[in-house]
Design a protein around this ligand. Structure first.
Ligand code: ADP
Ligand code: MG
Length: 625
């Protein structure tokens, strides 16, 4: 019998390796940017098209390559960065495996132009799927340009596996942000589909942070610095009050290499303990400088992990450094202060809903029966039960109303100021003059109470709005109608690059919702119209909150884009609806709520109303009597 083992041809070996190195266009971005940095470039331009699916190009003014090196650079394990095994323990460059270019060239069409300063002519090389197509001497600028076209052109399975452009572009931006943050002394430019997204001049770290994340970060940064024999720490942390619901703007760099490190992240978070509410994430960009002998970065080509030989000490130092920064900047509490008092309603208006007792424990008690997973029959059944309750009630309305009105009248003086006087007046009238209206009562702009035949109906006001608005926006997204209210004065919106990018990608849907805007220039929009029904005068805030909410969902939920949009806008608009309502408005709200397919739950699965039977109310007071 013949021997059966044979060595794989290089092209196939490279393609297999590419499976690890090149997962998506963003992986190419990372590898190319790091190569330019290793080549001592001081100016780097990244050009992507279709979120990198059709083109990722990096142009640098670094060392360039000789003709031979240019050709060799595409060979597997070809690297200029380490020579012997010991070098592995003293790595100061970003790359060292020598497999990136070989892997990329295995799964894409690659054009390289490179020239060293000392050469008169440069080299042009064209490779497709590991096959050399062309090589010639050409006139070119000093430095290197690598254009990677049509990634996975020869691996359809992987091409189909790529996510939508917005998702892929976010990955590209993540890589760009990491590399450019780590190298503020290098000038970076980023173009997407010919639009300039970033032009970051070389400067200080703080300038780089502001350049990437936007001008409003200027006031949010506190310096963090600590020098110890084991490790030096420097960088910036965000003020507690600027912590966000979305995780993401948290960066650790070890010797300028971006890493993810759950343990060290924990060190930072615990330093913020009691300063930010649960589920909020502080901003930080922290650089750790440590002798390479203490770390092992040789774990996996794409994993952003590093092993420290003395993790516990590093943890303690990081935590101490952040604590110090917080106290130096007077960002720490004097004594343990009440988080709720400081955060609800002010910086994070939306916590009102989350902290609402109505909602607490609903997830637990509902188990996993998220509304969408409930059979719609069951839901309809429930809804019609409620209608019946009301229908029955109408029969006894005159009496009940009379009671209600009388008691109301007597007791109104003892109510707290939060109660809507106007609401009571109109309620009083409505219930007297129009027996068709349900008796309703608004409590602290948060709850609507209404007597039903069996007892009392308790409705969460913003929860009800959220459901109704969600239904409306969902319809609107599927079959858009013209529902914009033009703004008298257009509002300028300045955005950071990634939010701007996101908005461009979801522009058609945002328009369908009723927002109208024009792009003045990159990262600068002018809002000219908002969806009808948004009464709050601060339209900018609504817009920004909506985008923030959308991003928040994007990272957490496994639902469609339209669903996320409808949810995001409904949630943010509804959060503003803690307002006084007239009796008529409350009645309308109840009508609309029960007209919904699913009045029981908000789109996120929180209960909207509960009925308390007389029996339950009796039990509630039984302990007293
Ligand atoms: P590694 O970065 O691990 O060495 P790569 O496959 O990324 O492996 O690159 C192979 C080699 O090609 C590098 O070691 C370097 O010598 C050369 N090279 C790649 N990109 C550039 C560039 N932009 N400028 C100069 N040389 C480069
Ligand atoms: Mg490399």
């Amino acid at each position: 019998m013949e021997d059966v083992i044979r060595l794989l041809p290089d092209a196939i070996a490279n393609q297999i390796a590419a499976g690890e190195v090149v997962q998506r266009p963003a992986s190419i971005v990372k590898e190319l940017l790091e190569n330019s940095i290793d080549a001592q470039a001081t100016s780097i331009t990244l050009i992507v098209k279709e979120a990198g699916k059709t083109l990722v190009q990096v142009i640098d003014n670094g060392s360039g390559m000789s003709e031979t090196d240019a050709r060799l650079s595409f060979e597997r394990h070809a690297t200029s960065k380490i020579k012997k095994a010991e070098d592995l323990f003293n790595i100061l460059t970003m790359g060292f495996r020598g497999e990136a270019l070989a892997s990329i060239a295995a799964v894409a069409q690659v054009e390289l132009k490179t020239k060293r300063i000392e050469d008169t002519l440069g080299t042009y090389i064209c490779i497709e799927g590991s096959q050399f197509k062309n090589q010639e001497s050409i006139a070119s600028a000093d430095g290197t340009s690598l254009a990677i076209k049509n990634v996975f052109f020869n691996v359809p399975a992987r091409r189909n596996f790529l996510k939508s452009n917005p998702v892929e572009m976010r990955h590209v931006l993540d890589e760009f942000n990491r590399v450019s943050l780590a190298n503020p002394d290098i000038e970076f430019q980023l173009f997407h589909n010919d639009l300039e997204i970033h032009h970051l001049l070389s400067g200080k770290l703080s300038q780089r942070i502001v350049g990437i994340f936007g001008k409003n970060y200027r006031k949010q940064l506190a310096t963090c610095q600590e020098e110890t024999p084991l490790v030096n720490i420097r960088g910036y942390i965000g003020r507690p009050e600027n912590a966000k619901k979305t995780r993401g703007e948290q960066f650790f760099f070890v010797n300028k290499r971006y890493i993810r490190h759950a343990y060290l992240n924990h060190a930072v978070i615990t330093a913020y303990e009691n300063l930010i509410p649960k589920d909020y994430h502080p901003f930080y960009v922290l650089f750790l400088e440590i002798d390479p002998v203490h770390i092992d970065i040789n774990i996996h080509p794409t994993k952003t992990e590093v092993k420290f030989d003395d993790e516990r000490s590093i943890y303690a130092i990081v935590q101490a450094a952040v604590r110090k920064a917080l106290s130096v900047h007077h960002l720490s509490p004097m004594l343990d202060f009440e988080i709720d008092a400081n955060f609800s309603g002010q910086t994070h208006a939306n916590t009102a809903i989350q902290e609402n007792p109505l909602y607490q424990g609903t997830n637990k008690s509902q188990g996993n029966s998220f509304p969408s997973s409930k059979s719609s029959n069951q839901i309809k059944q429930r809804a019609s039960d409620w209608e019946k309750l009301y229908q029955d009630l109408q029969k006894d309305t005159p009496e009940t109303n009379a009671h209600w009105a009388k008691n109301e009248d007597k007791e109104s003086l003892t109510f707290e100021s939060g109660v809507n006087q106007m609401g009571q007046d109109s309620l009083f009238k409505l219930s007297k003059e129009n027996n068709a209206e349900r008796p309703v009562f608004q409590l602290h702009r948060q709850y609507i109470l209404s007597p039903v035949k069996s007892g009392l109906l308790l409705i969460h006001q913003t929860g009800a709005y959220e459901r109704i608005l969600y239904d409306k926006y969902k319809k609107q997204l599927v079959a858009p109608k013209n529902i914009t209210q033009q703004l008298l004065f257009p509002i300028d919106i300045k955005l950071n690059a990634s939010d701007f990018q996101l908005i461009l990608e979801i522009e058609p849907e945002i328009r369908n919702l009723g927002f109208v805007f024009v792009v003045v220039e990159a990262q600068h929009l002018q809002l000219k119209g908002v969806p009808v029904g948004i009464h709050h005068e601060n339209h900018l805030e609504i817009f920004e909150e909506f985008i923030e909410q959308f991003k928040n969902y994007q990272s957490n939920l496994e639902v469609t884009k339209l669903e996320m949009m409808a949810r995001a806008l409904a949630k943010r608009t509804a959060a503003r609806m803690r307002v006084s309502l007239s009796g008529q408005e409350m009645n309308q709200l109840i009508d609309q709520l029960f007209a919904s397919e699913n009045p029981n739950y908000t789109p996120e699965g929180k209960a909207i109303f509960r009925s308390l039977s007389l029996h339950e109310l009796d039990n509630l007071l039984a302990t007293q009597n």
